[in-house]
Design a protein around this ligand. Sequence first.
Ligand code: SF4
Ligand code: SF4
Length: 417
Amino acid sequence: MKLLESTKNIVEHSHSHTKVSLDYSQNPQGNNLELNTKKGLFRKIKARLDSLAKSPALRKEKYQDDLMEVLAKNGFQRREFMKWAAVVTASLGLPASFVPLTARAAELANRVPLIWLHMAECTGCSESLLRSEDPGIDSIIFDYVSLEYHETIMAASGYQAEKSLEDAITTYKGKYVLMVEGGIPKNTEYFLTIGAHARTGAEECRHAAEGAAAIFAIGTCSSFGGVQAAAPNPTNANPLSEIINKRVINVPGCPPSEKNIVGTLMHFILLGDMAVDAFNRPKWAYGLRIHDLCERRGHFDAGEFVQAFGDENAKHGFCLYKVGCKGPYTFNNCSKLRFNSHTSWPIGAGHGCIGCSEPRFWDTMNPFEVPLGNRYQTAFTGAGADRTADNVGIIVLGAAAIGIAAHAMISGAIKPK
Ligand code: SF4
Ligand code: SF4
């Protein structure tokens, strides 16, 4: 009886704390608190969406229909849309009971003004999202968002395009999401001028960032400088975060998957903010290594490796570590979400991960077909990942720690400019 009393007290005490904290992992009493907290989070998201629903739909000239009608015209049924919402909800780390909220957030995406700027880049990130053949639900939703400015797909050019950008910045001041693709020259800004007035890329970013509600660096170029920042970096290309003085959430990858771009946008619509790692990447997408969920991981643990491209082991789908896979050092969710509407990904197609979502990967991860362990010592002196691979039966449990240690070491080895 006494035990019951004390348990009741603890639970009541815990409930009083749930009003101020959404962290339901702290209390060992478990279910009641968790349920209560989930309800709190659910209510918070619902209130955000209700408020968004009161805003008018933008770009009515393009989309007279609601999202379900747009999807239906593209051959998708509601069942497929709900399946998509379930995948996004799970990827964002939200409970299954939140699926209707994710679906509603997507339906309200046409209330969110979005400005997309191009800097020094190849436009591969846009391509990742806007592939015209067989567009998936992610691509359609991205198109359904009120995309106010995107140079690749807009008809306007020159003075007219500049006016569109200014109109969007003024009309939606304080409300728009800014996405930037590409690296930006710093103190050498003449290397990148844009538009009829030849404004520099840095000027354009600073100007657009002023009135933005949220800022996302899309792709490794914008997140970390990318290929143009690779040594010797002749244009002194820099990441967006070095150009503007507002918070930037990085969505790296070369290119990032459509799920990571649209998922980050959904996360913003649902919650407004998100947990990030040391490199300001959303933890929901970049919290685990490629190696952690790789379909070939069983072969790594069993010491079964492809020794050369095209050998017998390659035909058996063995681990690609010895032909250069950087999956143990790379944080991203490609192994889970894949690319091209979940059809495939580099390791699935037979080439190792090249580490494209890591800072300075062009300099630190190449040559891409040579194991990193050949060149770097890890915190475990003499036990680089190569030796781990050779002695995998003996020290397999150390492999994860070695990967993390190497990652930390490589990141630490990057000299600030
Ligand atoms: S991150 Fe890669 S795909 Fe995206 S713009 Fe840069 S080089 Fe192109
Ligand atoms: S080393 Fe590469 S291919 Fe092998 S399990 Fe890890 S991520 Fe997969």
